[in-house]
Design a protein around this ligand. Sequence first.
Ligand SMILES: NC(=O)c1ccc[n+]([C@@H]2O[C@H](COP(=O)([O-])OP(=O)(O)OC[C@H]3O[C@@H](n4cnc5c(N)ncnc54)[C@H](OP(=O)(O)O)[C@@H]3O)[C@@H](O)[C@H]2O)c1
Length: 327
Amino acid sequence: MTSNINNIQQDQLGQDGPQIGIQGLGCMGMSEFYGEPDEVGSRETLERALELGVNLFDTADMYGLGANEEFLAPFIAANRGGVVIATKFGYSRTPENPDDWSIDNRPEFIRGAVDRSLKRLGVDVIDLYYMHRRDDRVALEDSIGTMSDLVNEGKVKQLGLSAVSANELRAAHAIHPIAAIQSEWSIFTRNIEEEVVPAASELGVTVVPYAPLGRGMLTGKAFAKSLAGDDARRHFPRFSDNNRSTNIALVAEIEAIASARDVTAAQIALAWLYAQSRKLNVKTVPIPGTRKRSRLEENVASTSISLTAQEMAALEPLASAVQGVNV
Ligand SMILES: NC(=O)c1ccc[n+]([C@@H]2O[C@H](COP(=O)([O-])OP(=O)(O)OC[C@H]3O[C@@H](n4cnc5c(N)ncnc54)[C@H](OP(=O)(O)O)[C@@H]3O)[C@@H](O)[C@H]2O)c1
């Protein structure tokens, strides 16, 4: 399935954004959380992504405490016209205070954060700027108002929100058009389907599912056995000793469908998202994360897999059987 890859389809980001490939690339694991970084493999992956029409690259100021944005800078500089760069503000953690996971949406924090991101990325303007998490101490008018000012000042082109409710999305959109909402969405995590996805569909907001491979778990049995000692996922409830074996057993259903089609479980997980977003009539651009060129090719090839109604029905019960709260 990876040998005949064509360039992926493009779609418009939000209502007046640029054309983006219908799959983006999550860059977080290139710098932090998921084991030892692989700089050479990651750089090859970035280059191959662009060749295949994957032009939305997802980072955040806190990934690697700024290192992920800095890592992307040379790639962006070499390909500025072709790259749509998305980054995020909101977490307070810095190299000086790496364990400060508090959320800050105050206007003065946002203004400092955007300037630091612009500098680390080496760009004059950020294509898509997300509020990473909502800080409910700050009125939405103030935080979205500040983000809107950044657009007017030319520091940011499009606005996005991450992990907000449908009501927050609607309220923010009324202050300034929101191009994208990024939330976890996969065969195992479907909370946003009830309210957030319908709101995004109605408002013309692109949904950007993060962790579309369940942070790797949906790629198959072999994956969960291979977590290194310092891998952050060891601390997530779905990967705990108590829950992991139940959840991996559920992945067998995905692997069975994959094996009958001679594709991979990762491809079925991504194809499910495309099918589900067509059903729910919402523009969707998943951002699977990988540091490996061959896996990127595999993930991109999923855009041409159409699941049958029978296959979708077999995958339907899995989310409600997953053990462990989502973080
Ligand atoms: N807004 C938010 O709060 C938030 C939260 C989490 C993540 N994100 C964003 O979403 C992106 C994606 O999420 P994620 O990286 O957490 O999870 P994910 O995309 O669900 O899974 C990534 C994991 O799957 C592995 N993988 C990828 N493709 C594979 C394949 N074809 N076969 C086997 N393994 C494969 C990767 O390993 P290798 O690298 O070794 O291939 C990595 O361990 C992140 O990079 C980040 O940009 C946003």
